[in-house]
Design a protein around this ligand. Structure first.
Ligand SMILES: Nc1nc2c(c(=O)[nH]1)N[C@H]1C(S)=C(S)[C@@H](COP(=O)(O)O)O[C@H]1N2
Ligand SMILES: [Mo]
Length: 201
């Protein structure tokens, strides 16, 4: 019997099928971010929907905890080429956030805004229909600060840079406005299955 090579076990067909082009499977959970982990307390925390500078709705931590909760399990894909399978999250879907605000999305695009001044743009259509949530639990426990706790956006069908950690709000924009990485050459949309890593891909 052949010894397995140094590059490790080749992925089974089932694994390959779940890996978008150019991705490899990792078992651990890498931490990727611009700077140090901000310490964001739940005390004083607010989550705010805005249109331009105008607040549309806002929740304290305790108010946010009263919103309907949804669990999602599945695969995440980072533009740096790691993918992680079967991650488990719980939070409030974007649909339930809008419903709680009594709002229809006022524009077709938004920017997620975070406590480390990170931003990232997502079309509203990619957040509705149960496709995205503001997550507060990972693996049934509060999300560790390094992974974006107390609350992060989760948009798992797009590259993971769209899943803003330490999210403090969503700002609706008239046009599709580039966020932090999108201004620096990353793709405006970021579909891992079409390998949209950089603008022009
Ligand atoms: N606020 C904030 N969110 C962020 C980032 C960041 O620097 N700041 N990095 C993004 C990138 S590039 C990736 S790949 C994922 C990494 O999430 P993780 O550290 O939980 O794996 O967070 C995304 N969300
Ligand atoms: Mo990333």
């Amino acid at each position: 019997m052949a010894t397995r090579g140094f590059t490790g076990r080749p992925p089974a067909a089932a694994i390959r099928e779940r890996l978008p082009p150019g991705q490899y499977l990792t078992e651990d959970f890498p931490v990727l971010q611009l700077g140090p982990t901000p310490r964001v307390a739940t005390e004083g925390w607010r989550f705010t929907l805005r249109q331009g500078s105008r607040p549309l709705a806002s929740w304290s931590w305790d108010e946010f905890a009263q919103l309907p909760r949804t669990r999602w399990s599945g695969d995440i894909h980072c533009v740096t080429k790691w993918s992680k399978f079967d991650t488990a999250w719980e939070g409030v879907t974007f649909d339930d956030i809008l419903a709680a605000a009594g709002l229809a999305a006022p524009t077709g695009f938004l920017l997620a805004e975070s406590h480390d001044d990170y931003t990232t743009n997502v079309p509203v259509a990619d957040l509705t229909g149960g496709k995205a949530m503001v997550a507060t639990l990972y693996d049934g426990k509060p999300i560790p600060p390094d992974h974006g706790g107390p609350a992060r956006l989760l948009v798992p069908h797009l590259y993971f840079w769209k899943s803003a950690k330490w999210v403090k709000g969503l700002r609706f924009t008239e046009k599709d406005e580039a966020g932090f990485w999108e201004l620096r050459g990353y793709h405006m949309y970021g579909d891992p299955w079409r390998e949209q890593r950089f603008s022009g891909d």
